[in-house]
Design a binder for this molecule. Structure first.
Ligand SMILES: CC(C)(COP(=O)(O)OP(=O)(O)OC[C@H]1O[C@@H](n2cnc3c(N)ncnc32)[C@H](O)[C@@H]1OP(=O)(O)O)[C@@H](O)C(=O)NCCC(=O)NCCS
Length: 197
């Protein structure tokens, strides 16, 4: 594995993250899972996710057309280019899309970022979210050099709570009335994983 010298530097000092990595890099995952950038051909799978009731329940910002998905993918590419975020398809061997994972809200001064994910219904219950999140987390903390990654979810979303805990994100508290969902405001659990946890 080739290490960017800035990453080595960040790891040595354990203070601040390196700047963003080249666009070809994506975090490695286990068991045939590969995290890779979104491709135009993924648009139908991405759009289909937002027809699922569970994904609709927890994700209020939704694309409604193929064209809109492609615009989102373009925003994702811009986010990467301008060091604002990374958005990956969780795939089986780089081909079949199983889910989505993202690193957002990058703050290179404080060394913080937050994560988000969903998994397509047919791929659930097989460790896709937890393995994808563990891979992304190891990459962001150990290679890019972030210090703290946050994850929040509605207190009603028990599946996401389990994914967070299983991936080493400790529950730090409850943000009251913090996010609007279709059925109103929800309290949100705040989880975080810190380098060295
Ligand atoms: C939450 C979600 C990402 C989980 O994906 P997944 O790939 O099925 O999760 P995993 O297989 O990695 O499961 C990880 C753990 O969560 C548990 N889990 C998964 N679904 C669960 C559910 N519905 N209820 C309770 N626990 C659940 C698993 O049992 C496992 O724990 P274990 O190893 O102790 O048994 C998926 O159900 C989903 O996309 N839901 C809708 C969108 C969503 O909630 N996104 C997150 C918003 S914050």
């Amino acid at each position: 594995m080739v290490h960017d010298s800035r990453c080595v530097d960040a790891a040595r000092h354990r203070l601040r993250p390196a700047r963003w990595l080249p666009p070809t890099r994506a975090p490695p995952a286990t068991g045939g899972l590969l995290l890779r950038p979104w491709e135009e051909a993924d648009a139908p799978a991405f759009l289909s996710a937002y027809q699922d009731d569970e994904i609709r329940r927890w994700h209020t910002r939704r694309p409604t057309t193929d064209l809109q998905v492609r615009e989102w993918f373009d925003t994702y590419r811009q986010d990467w280019k301008h060091e604002k975020g990374g958005h990956w398809a969780i795939t089986r061997d780089g081909v079949e899309v199983l889910g989505r994972i993202a690193l957002r809200g990058l703050n290179f001064d404080d060394g913080t970022a937050d994560v988000a994910y969903w998994v397509l219904p047919a791929a659930r219950g097989a460790g896709v979210a937890s393995r994808g999140l563990s891979a992304l987390t190891a990459w962001a903390l150990d290679e890019v050099g972030f210090h703290r990654l946050e994850l929040d979810h509605s207190t009603h979303n028990h599946a996401s709570c389990r994914v967070a805990t299983k991936s080493g994100y400790l529950l730090e508290g409850t943000k009251r009335s913090a996010a609007v969902h279709d059925d109103g405001r929800h309290d949100m659990h705040l989880h975080a994983r810190i380098r060295g946890d």
